[in-house]
Design a protein around this ligand. Structure first.
Ligand code: CA
Length: 245
C-alpha cells in the first residue's frame, strides 16, 4: 500500500521521541513481547539473552534505557547492573524480576536500578513504567539547573552563578545560554554557526563568528580551572567547540 503523504506527514509531526532500549531477558517469548510493545510505541528496542553480551553491547553502543531481567544465565542482572554503574550513571535501568521480595527490590535499587516491574506483568504496564522514566529524564534535562564541574566549581544556570572556592561569579544570560547549549549537545562538536543560530538566533550565521569566540573566552575565564589552557570548553580546530564530558 502506498502511504498517503498527508497522513504520513501528520504522523511524523505528532510522533514522540524515539529511544534506544536494550532488553536483557533470557525468556525469548517474553523478550520479544516486550520488544514488540516498545517498537509499537515508536521506540528502537534490541534484545539480548545474556548478561555478558548485554554488557558488551552497552559499552559499545549508546542506549537510553535498559529493561533488565535479574535471573539470567551466566552473569546475573544484578552483577551486570553493578558493572554498568561503575562508569555509567545516566542510563536508565528498569529491572524485571520474579524475585519481588522486599529484599530483592532493595538490592536492585542499591545496585543502581531506577525502577522495577514484578513478574508477571503486561507489556503495557512495562511500557508505562518505561515512558515514566523518559518523562523524568526530559524534565531533568529541561531544568538542567546545576552543572558540577571538575575541580569543585558548581554552575547554577537558574541563578546564573558560578560557585566555588568561597566565591560567587555572576554569568551573563548569554554566557548561561552558551553553557547550557554546550552541555546539552555534549555528544557532538558545536560549531560557531550552531551557536549563532541557536543561541543568538541570527538568521545569517556566516557573519560575526568572532562574537562567539569573544564570549567563549569570557566564559572560560569564569569556569575553567586554568583559562589559558581550557579543558572544559575544548576547541576543536577548524570546527568549533566541545564540552569536555
Ligand atoms: Ca530470566
Amino acid at each position: 500500500m502506498i502511504p498517503n503523504p498527508d497522513s504520513t506527514a501528520r504522523a511524523a509531526s505528532t510522533a514522540k521521541v524515539s529511544h534506544r532500549i536494550l532488553i536483557v531477558e533470557d525468556e525469548e517469548v517474553l523478550a520479544f513481547g516486550v520488544r514488540d510493545a516498545l517498537r509499537h510505541a515508536g521506540h528502537e528496542p534490541q534484545v539480548c539473552h545474556n548478561g555478558k553480551t548485554a554488557l558488551e553491547m552497552l559499552q559499545r553502543d549508546s542506549f537510553d534505557l535498559v529493561v533488565l531481567d535479574l535471573m539470567l544465565p551466566g552473569m546475573s542482572g544484578l552483577d551486570l547492573l553493578r558493572a554498568l554503574r561503575q562508569h555509567n550513571h545516566k542510563l536508565r535501568v528498569v529491572i524485571l524480576t520474579a524475585m519481588s521480595s522486599e529484599a530483592d527490590v532493595v538490592r536492585g535499587f542499591e545496585a543502581g536500578a531506577d525502577d522495577y516491574v514484578p513478574k508477571p506483568f503486561s507489556p503495557r504496564e512495562l511500557l508505562a513504567r518505561v515512558e515514566a522514566q523518559f518523562r523524568r529524564v526530559e524534565k531533568e534535562d529541561s531544568q538542567s539547573p546545576q552543572i558540577q564541574l571538575p575541580g569543585g566549581n558548581l554552575v547554577d544556570l537558574a541563578r546564573l552563578e558560578v560557585i566555588g572556592g568561597g566565591k560567587v561569579v555572576p554569568l551573563t544570560p548569554r554566557e548561561g545560554d552558551i553553557l547550557d547549549y554546550l552541555v546539552r549537545n555534549r555528544h557532538r562538536v558545536v560549531t560557531r554557526e550552531d551557536l549563532l543560530q541557536d543561541v543568538w538566533h541570527y538568521r545569517n550565521p556566516n557573519i560575526e563568528t568572532r562574537t562567539v569566540d569573544i564570549h567563549i573566552v569570557g566564559l572560560r575565564r569564569k569556569i575553567e580551572p586554568d583559562p589559558a589552557n581550557p579543558t572544559l570548553i575544548q576547541t576543536v580546530r577548524g570546527k568549533g567547540y566541545r564540552w569536555f564530558s
